[in-house]
Design a protein around this ligand. Structure first.
Ligand code: PMP
Length: 419
Protein backbone atom coordinates (compact mmCIF):
# COMPACT_ATOMS: atom_id res chain seq x y z
CA UNK A 1 0.00 0.00 0.00
CA UNK A 2 1.30 3.46 -0.93
CA UNK A 3 1.73 5.34 2.32
CA UNK A 4 2.16 9.14 1.96
CA UNK A 5 2.51 9.50 5.74
CA UNK A 6 5.65 7.36 5.67
CA UNK A 7 6.99 9.34 2.70
CA UNK A 8 6.37 12.65 4.50
CA UNK A 9 8.98 11.70 7.10
CA UNK A 10 11.60 12.08 4.35
CA UNK A 11 10.64 15.74 3.76
CA UNK A 12 11.77 17.90 6.71
CA UNK A 13 9.97 21.05 5.55
CA UNK A 14 6.56 19.35 5.71
CA UNK A 15 6.54 19.50 9.49
CA UNK A 16 6.84 23.32 9.46
CA UNK A 17 4.15 25.71 10.63
CA UNK A 18 3.07 28.82 8.77
CA UNK A 19 1.25 31.58 10.71
CA UNK A 20 1.12 29.07 13.57
CA UNK A 21 -0.74 26.50 11.44
CA UNK A 22 0.64 23.23 10.04
CA UNK A 23 1.94 23.78 6.50
CA UNK A 24 -0.29 22.30 3.78
CA UNK A 25 1.91 22.57 0.73
CA UNK A 26 -0.20 22.45 -2.44
CA UNK A 27 2.09 24.45 -4.74
CA UNK A 28 4.02 21.48 -6.09
CA UNK A 29 3.63 22.54 -9.70
CA UNK A 30 5.73 25.63 -8.87
CA UNK A 31 8.38 23.55 -7.14
CA UNK A 32 8.36 20.31 -5.15
CA UNK A 33 9.87 19.93 -1.69
CA UNK A 34 13.15 18.01 -1.31
CA UNK A 35 13.63 14.75 0.58
CA UNK A 36 16.44 14.59 3.13
CA UNK A 37 18.23 12.12 0.81
CA UNK A 38 18.68 14.99 -1.70
CA UNK A 39 19.55 17.56 0.98
CA UNK A 40 22.15 15.14 2.40
CA UNK A 41 23.61 14.40 -1.06
CA UNK A 42 24.17 18.14 -1.60
CA UNK A 43 25.71 18.55 1.83
CA UNK A 44 27.87 15.42 1.43
CA UNK A 45 29.18 16.70 -1.91
CA UNK A 46 30.26 20.02 -0.42
CA UNK A 47 31.73 18.37 2.68
CA UNK A 48 33.63 15.58 0.94
CA UNK A 49 34.04 16.07 -2.81
CA UNK A 50 33.76 19.75 -3.73
CA UNK A 51 36.04 20.28 -6.69
CA UNK A 52 35.74 21.38 -10.31
CA UNK A 53 35.00 18.66 -12.87
CA UNK A 54 36.82 17.47 -15.99
CA UNK A 55 40.11 18.99 -14.80
CA UNK A 56 41.52 15.54 -14.06
CA UNK A 57 44.75 16.50 -12.30
CA UNK A 58 43.89 15.51 -8.71
CA UNK A 59 41.85 12.94 -6.83
CA UNK A 60 39.05 15.23 -5.62
CA UNK A 61 38.42 16.42 -9.15
CA UNK A 62 38.33 12.83 -10.39
CA UNK A 63 35.83 11.87 -7.68
CA UNK A 64 33.64 14.85 -8.36
CA UNK A 65 33.77 14.19 -12.13
CA UNK A 66 32.78 10.55 -11.58
CA UNK A 67 29.78 11.57 -9.45
CA UNK A 68 28.79 14.30 -11.89
CA UNK A 69 28.96 12.04 -14.95
CA UNK A 70 27.16 9.21 -13.21
CA UNK A 71 24.34 11.71 -12.54
CA UNK A 72 24.13 12.20 -16.30
CA UNK A 73 23.91 8.39 -16.74
CA UNK A 74 21.09 8.26 -14.18
CA UNK A 75 19.07 10.92 -16.02
CA UNK A 76 19.66 9.13 -19.34
CA UNK A 77 18.31 5.88 -17.83
CA UNK A 78 15.36 7.65 -16.23
CA UNK A 79 14.04 8.93 -19.57
CA UNK A 80 15.22 6.07 -21.80
CA UNK A 81 17.84 8.11 -23.71
CA UNK A 82 20.10 6.12 -26.05
CA UNK A 83 23.25 7.61 -24.57
CA UNK A 84 24.36 10.04 -21.84
CA UNK A 85 25.74 12.17 -24.70
CA UNK A 86 22.12 13.12 -25.37
CA UNK A 87 21.74 14.69 -21.92
CA UNK A 88 22.64 18.38 -21.83
CA UNK A 89 22.64 20.08 -18.43
CA UNK A 90 21.00 23.49 -18.39
CA UNK A 91 19.94 25.91 -15.66
CA UNK A 92 16.35 24.68 -16.00
CA UNK A 93 13.52 24.07 -18.44
CA UNK A 94 13.56 27.73 -19.49
CA UNK A 95 17.22 27.64 -20.48
CA UNK A 96 16.67 24.33 -22.30
CA UNK A 97 13.88 25.84 -24.43
CA UNK A 98 16.08 28.84 -25.19
CA UNK A 99 18.93 26.52 -26.14
CA UNK A 100 16.76 24.72 -28.71
CA UNK A 101 15.40 28.02 -30.02
CA UNK A 102 18.69 29.91 -30.21
CA UNK A 103 20.87 27.06 -31.45
CA UNK A 104 18.73 24.52 -33.33
CA UNK A 105 15.90 26.77 -34.55
CA UNK A 106 18.17 29.69 -35.33
CA UNK A 107 20.11 27.41 -37.69
CA UNK A 108 17.14 25.75 -39.43
CA UNK A 109 14.48 28.47 -39.67
CA UNK A 110 14.13 30.58 -42.81
CA UNK A 111 11.96 33.61 -43.53
CA UNK A 112 8.34 32.56 -44.01
CA UNK A 113 8.66 29.34 -41.95
CA UNK A 114 6.08 28.42 -39.34
CA UNK A 115 6.35 27.17 -35.75
CA UNK A 116 3.22 25.62 -34.23
CA UNK A 117 2.88 26.24 -30.50
CA UNK A 118 -0.09 25.17 -28.40
CA UNK A 119 -2.30 27.57 -26.49
CA UNK A 120 -1.48 25.66 -23.27
CA UNK A 121 2.21 26.56 -23.19
CA UNK A 122 4.09 28.03 -20.25
CA UNK A 123 5.84 31.25 -21.30
CA UNK A 124 9.10 29.27 -21.25
CA UNK A 125 7.90 27.23 -24.26
CA UNK A 126 6.26 30.18 -25.97
CA UNK A 127 8.28 33.39 -25.69
CA UNK A 128 11.56 31.86 -27.00
CA UNK A 129 9.66 30.69 -30.12
CA UNK A 130 7.99 34.05 -30.57
CA UNK A 131 11.34 35.84 -30.28
CA UNK A 132 13.27 33.53 -32.60
CA UNK A 133 10.40 33.79 -35.10
CA UNK A 134 10.70 37.59 -34.99
CA UNK A 135 14.43 37.36 -35.56
CA UNK A 136 14.06 34.94 -38.51
CA UNK A 137 10.91 36.51 -40.04
CA UNK A 138 9.07 33.27 -39.32
CA UNK A 139 5.66 33.04 -37.70
CA UNK A 140 4.19 31.35 -34.64
CA UNK A 141 0.75 29.81 -35.16
CA UNK A 142 -1.33 28.72 -32.14
CA UNK A 143 -2.64 25.14 -31.86
CA UNK A 144 -6.13 25.35 -30.32
CA UNK A 145 -7.54 23.04 -27.67
CA UNK A 146 -10.44 20.63 -27.73
CA UNK A 147 -13.41 20.68 -25.34
CA UNK A 148 -11.35 18.86 -22.67
CA UNK A 149 -8.62 21.54 -22.92
CA UNK A 150 -5.96 19.23 -24.33
CA UNK A 151 -4.46 19.77 -27.78
CA UNK A 152 -7.06 19.21 -30.49
CA UNK A 153 -5.59 16.55 -32.80
CA UNK A 154 -7.94 17.29 -35.70
CA UNK A 155 -7.10 21.00 -35.64
CA UNK A 156 -3.42 20.10 -35.32
CA UNK A 157 -3.66 17.94 -38.43
CA UNK A 158 -5.30 20.81 -40.35
CA UNK A 159 -2.60 23.26 -39.23
CA UNK A 160 0.16 20.82 -40.15
CA UNK A 161 -1.31 20.40 -43.64
CA UNK A 162 -1.85 24.13 -44.08
CA UNK A 163 1.48 25.44 -42.74
CA UNK A 164 3.95 22.54 -43.12
CA UNK A 165 5.74 23.85 -39.97
CA UNK A 166 9.42 23.28 -39.32
CA UNK A 167 8.87 23.00 -35.56
CA UNK A 168 6.00 21.93 -33.31
CA UNK A 169 6.48 22.90 -29.64
CA UNK A 170 4.05 21.44 -27.11
CA UNK A 171 3.85 20.72 -23.43
CA UNK A 172 3.46 17.16 -22.16
CA UNK A 173 1.40 18.35 -19.17
CA UNK A 174 -0.12 21.80 -18.67
CA UNK A 175 1.29 23.58 -15.60
CA UNK A 176 -1.86 25.69 -15.26
CA UNK A 177 -4.44 22.88 -15.57
CA UNK A 178 -2.56 19.59 -15.17
CA UNK A 179 -4.13 18.06 -18.28
CA UNK A 180 -1.99 15.45 -20.06
CA UNK A 181 -1.56 15.86 -23.81
CA UNK A 182 -1.48 12.78 -26.05
CA UNK A 183 2.19 13.39 -26.86
CA UNK A 184 2.72 10.12 -28.74
CA UNK A 185 -0.14 10.89 -31.13
CA UNK A 186 0.93 14.53 -31.50
CA UNK A 187 4.48 13.47 -32.29
CA UNK A 188 3.44 10.84 -34.82
CA UNK A 189 1.19 13.32 -36.58
CA UNK A 190 3.73 16.17 -36.59
CA UNK A 191 6.54 13.91 -37.76
CA UNK A 192 4.41 12.58 -40.62
CA UNK A 193 4.48 16.19 -41.89
CA UNK A 194 8.25 16.40 -41.39
CA UNK A 195 8.22 18.74 -38.35
CA UNK A 196 10.73 18.64 -35.51
CA UNK A 197 8.87 18.07 -32.23
CA UNK A 198 9.96 19.82 -29.04
CA UNK A 199 8.26 18.70 -25.83
CA UNK A 200 8.21 20.62 -22.53
CA UNK A 201 8.24 17.91 -19.87
CA UNK A 202 8.57 20.23 -16.84
CA UNK A 203 5.23 19.17 -15.33
CA UNK A 204 5.30 15.56 -16.51
CA UNK A 205 8.64 14.30 -15.27
CA UNK A 206 7.63 13.90 -11.59
CA UNK A 207 4.34 12.18 -12.39
CA UNK A 208 4.35 10.32 -15.71
CA UNK A 209 6.67 7.56 -16.93
CA UNK A 210 8.78 9.22 -19.64
CA UNK A 211 10.50 7.24 -22.39
CA UNK A 212 11.68 9.68 -25.01
CA UNK A 213 11.88 7.05 -27.74
CA UNK A 214 8.41 5.79 -27.04
CA UNK A 215 7.11 9.37 -27.12
CA UNK A 216 8.87 9.77 -30.47
CA UNK A 217 9.81 13.44 -30.03
CA UNK A 218 13.08 15.12 -31.04
CA UNK A 219 13.71 17.24 -27.94
CA UNK A 220 12.37 16.84 -24.38
CA UNK A 221 13.25 19.14 -21.49
CA UNK A 222 12.53 19.62 -17.78
CA UNK A 223 13.76 21.17 -14.52
CA UNK A 224 15.04 19.17 -11.55
CA UNK A 225 13.30 21.32 -8.95
CA UNK A 226 9.83 20.19 -10.04
CA UNK A 227 10.93 16.59 -9.56
CA UNK A 228 12.18 16.64 -5.93
CA UNK A 229 15.65 17.84 -7.00
CA UNK A 230 17.58 21.09 -6.50
CA UNK A 231 16.92 24.43 -8.19
CA UNK A 232 19.38 25.76 -10.74
CA UNK A 233 19.56 22.68 -12.95
CA UNK A 234 17.54 21.24 -15.80
CA UNK A 235 17.94 18.86 -18.68
CA UNK A 236 17.65 19.08 -22.42
CA UNK A 237 17.41 15.69 -24.09
CA UNK A 238 17.81 15.65 -27.87
CA UNK A 239 18.38 13.03 -30.52
CA UNK A 240 22.13 12.70 -30.89
CA UNK A 241 22.07 13.47 -34.64
CA UNK A 242 20.22 16.75 -34.00
CA UNK A 243 22.45 17.76 -31.09
CA UNK A 244 25.50 17.02 -33.27
CA UNK A 245 24.18 19.35 -35.90
CA UNK A 246 23.48 22.19 -33.42
CA UNK A 247 25.99 25.03 -33.22
CA UNK A 248 27.18 26.00 -29.73
CA UNK A 249 25.16 28.91 -28.32
CA UNK A 250 27.30 29.94 -25.35
CA UNK A 251 31.06 30.11 -25.49
CA UNK A 252 33.87 29.79 -22.94
CA UNK A 253 35.55 27.06 -20.93
CA UNK A 254 34.53 23.35 -21.05
CA UNK A 255 32.88 23.62 -24.48
CA UNK A 256 36.10 24.03 -26.47
CA UNK A 257 38.62 21.59 -27.94
CA UNK A 258 41.34 24.10 -28.80
CA UNK A 259 41.61 27.86 -28.80
CA UNK A 260 44.01 30.22 -30.53
CA UNK A 261 43.84 33.76 -31.84
CA UNK A 262 43.31 32.28 -35.29
CA UNK A 263 40.58 29.78 -34.49
CA UNK A 264 38.54 27.93 -31.86
CA UNK A 265 37.34 24.36 -32.28
CA UNK A 266 34.64 22.86 -30.12
CA UNK A 267 34.35 19.90 -27.77
CA UNK A 268 32.23 16.83 -28.51
CA UNK A 269 28.73 16.16 -27.15
CA UNK A 270 27.44 16.84 -24.58
CA UNK A 271 30.15 19.31 -23.57
CA UNK A 272 29.99 21.55 -26.65
CA UNK A 273 26.56 22.73 -25.43
CA UNK A 274 27.64 23.23 -21.79
CA UNK A 275 29.86 26.32 -21.48
CA UNK A 276 31.51 27.12 -18.14
CA UNK A 277 31.57 25.31 -14.80
CA UNK A 278 28.41 23.20 -14.70
CA UNK A 279 25.96 22.87 -11.76
CA UNK A 280 27.91 20.00 -10.17
CA UNK A 281 26.28 19.66 -6.74
CA UNK A 282 22.87 20.17 -8.34
CA UNK A 283 23.42 17.34 -10.84
CA UNK A 284 24.45 15.00 -8.02
CA UNK A 285 21.45 16.11 -5.95
CA UNK A 286 19.14 15.55 -8.91
CA UNK A 287 20.48 12.03 -9.46
CA UNK A 288 19.70 11.35 -5.80
CA UNK A 289 16.13 12.62 -6.34
CA UNK A 290 15.72 10.18 -9.24
CA UNK A 291 17.14 7.33 -7.15
CA UNK A 292 14.65 8.27 -4.45
CA UNK A 293 11.73 8.28 -6.92
CA UNK A 294 12.85 4.93 -8.37
CA UNK A 295 12.81 3.46 -4.86
CA UNK A 296 9.05 4.18 -4.62
CA UNK A 297 6.12 2.50 -6.29
CA UNK A 298 5.72 5.20 -8.95
CA UNK A 299 2.46 3.98 -10.52
CA UNK A 300 0.94 3.89 -7.01
CA UNK A 301 2.29 7.40 -6.30
CA UNK A 302 0.70 8.68 -9.48
CA UNK A 303 -2.65 7.06 -8.61
CA UNK A 304 -2.42 8.61 -5.16
CA UNK A 305 -1.89 12.12 -6.63
CA UNK A 306 -4.84 11.61 -8.98
CA UNK A 307 -7.05 10.39 -6.14
CA UNK A 308 -6.24 13.51 -4.07
CA UNK A 309 -7.36 15.60 -7.01
CA UNK A 310 -10.57 13.58 -7.35
CA UNK A 311 -11.30 14.18 -3.67
CA UNK A 312 -10.57 17.91 -4.08
CA UNK A 313 -12.95 18.06 -7.08
CA UNK A 314 -15.66 16.42 -4.98
CA UNK A 315 -15.22 18.81 -2.04
CA UNK A 316 -14.81 21.98 -4.12
CA UNK A 317 -17.90 21.15 -6.19
CA UNK A 318 -19.87 21.49 -2.97
CA UNK A 319 -18.75 25.12 -2.50
CA UNK A 320 -21.05 27.68 -4.08
CA UNK A 321 -19.48 29.82 -6.78
CA UNK A 322 -16.49 27.55 -7.44
CA UNK A 323 -15.79 26.94 -11.13
CA UNK A 324 -13.42 24.08 -11.82
CA UNK A 325 -11.36 24.31 -15.01
CA UNK A 326 -10.12 21.43 -17.17
CA UNK A 327 -11.63 18.51 -15.28
CA UNK A 328 -12.50 16.32 -18.27
CA UNK A 329 -9.08 15.10 -19.41
CA UNK A 330 -6.61 12.76 -17.72
CA UNK A 331 -4.60 14.87 -15.27
CA UNK A 332 -1.44 14.49 -13.18
CA UNK A 333 -2.95 16.01 -10.00
CA UNK A 334 -3.42 19.75 -10.56
CA UNK A 335 -6.72 21.51 -9.92
CA UNK A 336 -7.30 24.99 -11.30
CA UNK A 337 -10.42 26.93 -10.43
CA UNK A 338 -11.97 30.33 -9.96
CA UNK A 339 -14.66 31.56 -7.57
CA UNK A 340 -17.47 33.87 -8.68
CA UNK A 341 -17.19 37.43 -7.33
CA UNK A 342 -13.94 36.68 -5.46
CA UNK A 343 -10.46 37.52 -6.66
CA UNK A 344 -8.03 34.58 -6.76
CA UNK A 345 -5.30 36.59 -5.04
CA UNK A 346 -7.55 37.46 -2.08
CA UNK A 347 -8.37 33.78 -1.64
CA UNK A 348 -4.73 32.71 -1.84
CA UNK A 349 -3.84 35.26 0.85
CA UNK A 350 -6.60 34.03 3.16
CA UNK A 351 -5.57 30.40 2.62
CA UNK A 352 -1.99 31.34 3.47
CA UNK A 353 -3.23 32.63 6.85
CA UNK A 354 -4.35 29.03 7.50
CA UNK A 355 -0.96 27.62 6.46
CA UNK A 356 -2.18 26.51 3.03
CA UNK A 357 0.14 27.22 0.10
CA UNK A 358 -1.57 27.43 -3.29
CA UNK A 359 -0.74 29.48 -6.34
CA UNK A 360 -2.86 32.25 -7.78
CA UNK A 361 -2.48 34.21 -11.00
CA UNK A 362 -1.79 33.45 -14.64
CA UNK A 363 0.78 30.71 -13.91
CA UNK A 364 3.05 32.07 -16.70
CA UNK A 365 0.41 31.04 -19.24
CA UNK A 366 -1.11 34.36 -20.32
CA UNK A 367 -2.17 33.11 -23.78
CA UNK A 368 -4.08 30.26 -22.06
CA UNK A 369 -5.77 32.67 -19.62
CA UNK A 370 -6.85 34.83 -22.59
CA UNK A 371 -8.13 31.69 -24.34
CA UNK A 372 -10.14 30.76 -21.23
CA UNK A 373 -11.35 34.34 -20.77
CA UNK A 374 -10.05 34.68 -17.20
CA UNK A 375 -7.39 36.93 -15.65
CA UNK A 376 -6.05 34.09 -13.53
CA UNK A 377 -7.01 31.07 -11.46
CA UNK A 378 -6.28 29.48 -8.13
CA UNK A 379 -4.23 26.32 -8.48
CA UNK A 380 -3.80 23.47 -6.02
CA UNK A 381 -1.17 20.99 -7.19
CA UNK A 382 -0.62 17.68 -5.43
CA UNK A 383 2.53 15.65 -4.86
CA UNK A 384 3.13 12.14 -3.58
CA UNK A 385 3.53 13.36 0.03
CA UNK A 386 0.15 15.12 0.25
CA UNK A 387 -2.62 13.45 2.21
CA UNK A 388 -6.41 13.22 2.18
CA UNK A 389 -6.45 15.12 5.48
CA UNK A 390 -4.65 18.00 3.79
CA UNK A 391 -7.21 18.05 0.97
CA UNK A 392 -10.04 18.10 3.54
CA UNK A 393 -8.38 20.98 5.40
CA UNK A 394 -7.81 22.88 2.17
CA UNK A 395 -11.48 22.46 1.16
CA UNK A 396 -12.74 23.52 4.58
CA UNK A 397 -10.51 26.62 4.74
CA UNK A 398 -11.44 27.50 1.16
CA UNK A 399 -15.12 27.29 2.01
CA UNK A 400 -14.63 29.60 5.00
CA UNK A 401 -12.57 32.04 2.93
CA UNK A 402 -15.15 32.10 0.13
CA UNK A 403 -17.95 32.75 2.63
CA UNK A 404 -16.00 35.54 4.36
CA UNK A 405 -14.98 37.22 1.10
CA UNK A 406 -18.41 36.87 -0.50
CA UNK A 407 -20.02 38.47 2.57
CA UNK A 408 -17.52 41.34 2.46
CA UNK A 409 -18.14 41.86 -1.25
CA UNK A 410 -21.93 41.81 -0.93
CA UNK A 411 -21.88 44.22 2.04
CA UNK A 412 -19.20 46.48 0.52
CA UNK A 413 -19.11 45.93 -3.26
CA UNK A 414 -16.24 48.48 -3.53
CA UNK A 415 -14.08 46.23 -1.26
CA UNK A 416 -13.93 43.27 -3.66
CA UNK A 417 -11.00 43.13 -6.05
CA UNK A 418 -11.90 42.83 -9.73
CA UNK A 419 -12.17 39.25 -11.00
N1 PMP B 1 7.39 24.65 -18.52
C1 PMP B 1 6.45 24.35 -17.63
C2 PMP B 1 5.28 23.52 -18.07
C3 PMP B 1 6.57 24.79 -16.32
O1 PMP B 1 5.63 24.49 -15.43
C4 PMP B 1 7.69 25.57 -15.96
C5 PMP B 1 7.85 26.10 -14.54
N2 PMP B 1 6.68 26.61 -13.98
C6 PMP B 1 8.66 25.84 -16.93
C7 PMP B 1 8.47 25.37 -18.19
C8 PMP B 1 9.88 26.64 -16.60
O2 PMP B 1 10.65 25.98 -15.65
P1 PMP B 1 11.86 26.74 -14.92
O3 PMP B 1 11.29 28.00 -14.35
O4 PMP B 1 12.31 25.78 -13.89
O5 PMP B 1 12.89 27.01 -15.97
Amino acid sequence: MFDPKKIRRDFPILSSRVHGEPLVYLDNAATTQKPRQVIEALSRYYKLYNSNVHRGSHSLSNQSTALFESARDEVADFIGASSPKEIIWTRGATEAANLVAYSYADAVLCAGDTILVSVLEHHANFVPWQQIALRKSASVVPIPLGADLTIDLEKLQQLLAEHQPKIVAVTHVSNALGVINPIKDITQLAKSFGATVVVDGAQAIAHEPVDVHELGCDFYFFSAHKCYGPTGIGVLWGREALLEQMPPWQFGGEMIESVSFEKTTFNTLPFKLEAGTPPIAEAIGFAQALTYLNSLDRPAASLHEKSLRTLAIKRLSEIEGVRLIGVDADNVGILSFSVDQVHHQDLAMMLDQSGIAVRSGHHCTMPLMTYLGVSGTLRASFALYNTEEEVERFALCLKEAVTALTETTSKHPEAGSAT
